[in-house]
Design a protein around this ligand. Structure first.
Ligand code: ADP
Length: 266
């Protein structure tokens, strides 16, 4: 019996060893693929605005441009837009590098989510509609990260849309908790990709997506911001119909504001 036992144990150990080695090799291979995609992607993404800036700068230096105020303005606008795009892309990579190095350090204060939503929506008019609950929307949050995360979600909602984008920022109260969401009428995300989209550098491999610029870092960042705050993020999406990113947060000063409402109603 003991001989049989030992051979079973030996076989089990061999199976575990090979299983483990295989999983390490597969993980390594996936990392290499992700790294290669990222480098290809980043090279392409950074090269495009740099080339456009160089061309616009060459045109602006030509002798005849000064006699053509309309073209002059047009190229100056291109310079502005492309350098802003470049800045945005560099920021997203720096943001990631910073959070990888020192973790997510939040500077939380008492902020009004509705005010932040109004400010962010203004930047994306006319595509964004607000549907805000008539309630206190004070939450303890890092205003900068919250605003950037909202920007990323709206930016995606507009990018991944075949028709005219229609994005709704909504807040509502449920069992005393503040639920807020960003919904779109875009291309949607298939169920098998709904987890993966939150991974670093992941982009859905479809022709459509790759016509659209991106590093695959936006949702990873959003997820980090939500987790660092201790909130919950849920993604609901149907291919061809749209997506909804929903977040649950605790409000602050609830008792005070509710008392105030009671007093007013007396
Ligand atoms: P990026 O937009 O830079 O590719 P993200 O991390 O923001 O990176 O998104 C990862 C992927 O998830 C995108 O490439 C896209 O395939 C998909 N995705 C994100 N947001 C949406 C959305 N609102 N609708 C459809 N697909 C989306």
């Amino acid at each position: 019996l003991s001989g049989w036992l030992w051979s079973t144990v030996a076989v089990l150990l061999v199976v575990i060893f090979f299983g483990y080695t295989l999983s390490v090799v597969l993980k390594q291979r996936r990392l290499t693929e992700v790294q290669r995609d990222f480098i290809n992607n980043i090279t392409h993404e950074l090269q495009t605005p740099v080339s456009t800036i160089r061309i616009a700068a060459d045109v602006l230096q030509s002798d005849t441009i000064i006699q053509q105020p309309d073209r002059l303005k047009q190229y100056a606008r291109v310079l502005g837009e492309e350098s802003r795009r470049l800045q945005k892309q560099i920021n997203s990579v720096l943001q990631l590098a910073r959070s990888e190095r020192s973790g997510f350090v939040l500077d939380k204060t008492d902020v009004d989510l509705h005010d932040i939503m109004r400010t962010v929506a203004d930047g994306f008019a006319p595509y964004v509609t607000l549907d805000l609950a008539a309630t206190n929307a004070q939450i303890m949050a890092d205003g900068y990260h919250l605003e950037t995360a909202l920007n990323n979600l709206i930016d995606n909602a507009i990018k991944y849309c075949d028709t005219t984008p229609c994005v709704i920022l909504q807040t509502r109260l449920e069992h005393g908790q503040l639920i807020w969401s960003v919904s779109d009428n875009g291309i949607g995300i298939t169920p098998e990709h709904q987890k993966a989209v939150f991974r670093q550098f992941f982009r859905v491999a479809s022709g459509h997506t790759h016509n659209v610029k991106g590093f695959g870092l936006g949702l990873y960042y959003v997820q980090q911001v939500i987790r660092a705050h201790g909130w919950r993020l849920t993604l609901m999406s149907k291919p061809g119909q749209g997506s909804r990113f929903e977040i649950k947060s605790e409000r602050v000063n609830v008792r005070m504001s509710e008392k105030l409402t009671q007093n007013y109603s007396l």
